[in-house]
Design a protein around this ligand. Structure first.
Ligand SMILES: Nc1ncnc2c1ncn2[C@@H]1O[C@H](COP(=O)(O)OP(=O)(O)OP(=O)(O)O)[C@@H](O)[C@H]1O
Ligand SMILES: [Mg+2]
Length: 289
């Protein structure tokens, strides 16, 4: 291999997002600080769908907000494209769970255009880009509608269109479908997968649902709470909605359940209703700290 080629390969293999021994403390009621995230390390490469998975309180949102630049790390390092993260930026857009993340006084188009205009994109270009992404998420007919006239799923689509229209280096999603009913949630997971297949954006996705993590993620970082620490890292690229009922999927879900909650409840989680036995050796990579 030539020097140039090996250099290219090195550049290509560098992670986009790198967290090294990341620690985050909050101020507690009594004035003492409370550690929410303790020495969490992970790498996210370009085009990955990286999931933070763990029970309530394990620091998923805290890590996401620190990547977004809304919270400052108390220790360790966090970098994007080799540069330390020091505050919010248009290269990191967040989609939240809340239905009210859209401005109610702006139309769908106005909401999607807003961050484009705020970052200096000329109005005509912003309108064209907004309409393109509104169409990509299937809302072309609702471009002039106001948020209060939309369903929860439609609002989630607008928030995704608004984020993707900015072409962020990384899309940050904090339980974006958690407030939706099961059918809409499934549909949104399917649509997100289709969008990713088409555009291959990099995604950091937070969920406390094992099934959603396996469906959405190409890699999963398992976190345990008080304080939030890494339990394991697993490859999940082989799973999607189509394989969600398979024995291998159930086996992976059972394994994650075991890693998060210990041995006791694992049998129930591994084979929920069918009693089907998963084959041994599903190809999961594991990194235990
Ligand atoms: N603003 C805050 N001030 C003080 N403590 C906080 C604050 N936000 C979060 N915490 C604490 O930090 C820990 C991690 O919280 P975080 O919201 O990151 O968890 P999470 O994994 O996102 O949980 P959930 O699944 O419930 O959303 C928790 O113990 C929480 O009580
Ligand atoms: Mg959270």
């Amino acid at each position: 291999m030539s020097v140039a080629a090996s250099h290219l390969q090195m550049v290509d293999s560098a992670p986009l997002l790198r967290a090294e021994r990341l620690c985050v403390d909050y101020a507690g009621n009594d004035g003492a600080s409370v550690r929410a995230v303790h020495e969490v390390s992970f790498d996210v490469h370009r085009g990955e769908r990286f999931v933070l998975l763990g029970p309530s309180g394990c620091g998923k949102s805290t890590i996401l907000k620190t990547v977004a630049g809304f919270i400052t790390a108390s220790g360790g390092t966090l970098s994007l494209g080799g540069r330390p993260i020091t505050g919010p930026g248009p290269d990191r857009l967040v989609v939240f769970q809340e239905f009210d993340q859209l401005a109610p006084w702006k139309t769908v188009k106005g909401n999607v255009m807003f961050p484009l205009l705020a970052t200096g994109v000329p109005r005509k270009d912003a309108a064209a880009r907004a309409l393109h992404w509104i169409e990509r998420v299937g809302l072309a007919r609702f471009a002039d509608a106001y948020p209060h006239t939309l369903s929860g799923g439609m609002k989630a689509r607008v928030a995704i269109a608004r984020a993707l229209a900015m072409q962020p280096a990384i899309l940050l999603m904090d339980e974006p479908f958690a407030a939706l009913d099961a059918l809409t949630r499934r549909q949104m997971q399917e649509e997100l997968e289709a969008l990713w297949q088409e555009h291959r954006f990099t995604m950091l996705f937070v969920t406390h649902s094992i099934e959603e993590a396996l469906v959405v993620g190409s890699r999963i970082l398992l976190l345990t709470p008080h304080p939030g620490r890494v339990r394991a890292e697993l490859g999940a690229g082989q799973f999607n909605l189509a394989s969600a009922g398979s024995a291998a999927f159930a086996q992976a879900a059972g394994r994650i359940h075991r890693l998060l909650f210990g041995q006791a409840d694992a049998a129930a989680a591994a084979s929920p209703d069918t009693g089907a036995r998963a084959p041994e050796g599903a190809a999961l990579l594991e990194r235990t700290p």
